[in-house]
Design a protein around this ligand. Sequence first.
Ligand code: CP
Ligand code: NVA
Length: 337
Amino acid sequence: MTDMNLPQDSGLNALLASAHTLKGRSLLTLLELTQEEMFLLVSLARALKLEKRAWKRGAALRPRRLDGKSLALIFEKASTRTRCSFLVAAQDEGAFAETFGKGDIHLGAKEDIADTARVLSRFFDGIEFRGFEHATVEALARHATVPVWNGLTDEHHPTQALADILTLQEEFGDLAGRRVVYLGDAGNNTCASLMLACAMAGIDFVMAAPEDYAPRADLLGKAMDFASRSGGRVSLATDPFQAVRGACALYTDVWVSMGEEQKPHARAKVEDLRPYQVTSHLMTATGRQDTIFLHCLPAHKGFDVTEDVFESAASRVFEQAENRLHTIKALMLATLR
Ligand code: CP
Ligand code: NVA
């Protein structure tokens, strides 16, 4: 199927054409995107979501815009949504994708990262990496000659934040000035990327967390710079009930991230973060009827969020999970075509 066969009203062709600035580029953190590029990827994802709905019901042909492309998906850490998103996005667009778990390839063990990056670039058109050290994905990108996508490291989770912005836009339209509150471990990967995305989007982004769980100072500074240009706001609060007032979305993540479970501080962290659990009382304390609940998932119900909020009508977590597919597909198409 060529682009000519797309529904006339989808705007997809124009969005794909506008995405040419992303061609050949990697995505390691949201710091690499301009505000325009971030919104472009999200708009492209929205159009791709509509397009997929159309071809699933037989109203359009399935596109194969990545026919003949091959993708390497590397997972040092477990993944459900990110892995499925890359695999299904590749399948939808006619690309071949192979996943590699820890120990499947020599990366960083019998072969240094630079050599693995150069070898994989001879076989594959794009490389996704999920793992521990952010320096690993940076090294892969430095030595690869194809785009490298960060599927989560200890420090950043950029593809998650793209899906989060899409989910917020679907719910509220224009996001400028809206308050989004993240509760829990504000020092983790999900919060770092969400903070940068919200700051770029002009959102009033509040992180409710104990002082010891703040984001890295340099990332906070970057987010504040973005916010000063977008008209947004980035702030930290320790009182969850005050922080959530006026919020259109409450967002949380697990309190103990992958790789932290066995660390000595894990137990203390759970106790420190307990006051930041998203409960129905906190949802009510926003003072709004339309507040939604977001979570990157997987959730640790009874800890970061109560079961009733997770299962409530305000919960958009499964829409958010599905949006991982459409945003990752947008990123693939923009960087590979
Ligand atoms: N949110 C997210 O990245 O989910 P997975 O760990 O299942 O990929
Ligand atoms: N902060 C979590 C996100 C999981 C998607 C982790 O790193 O485990």
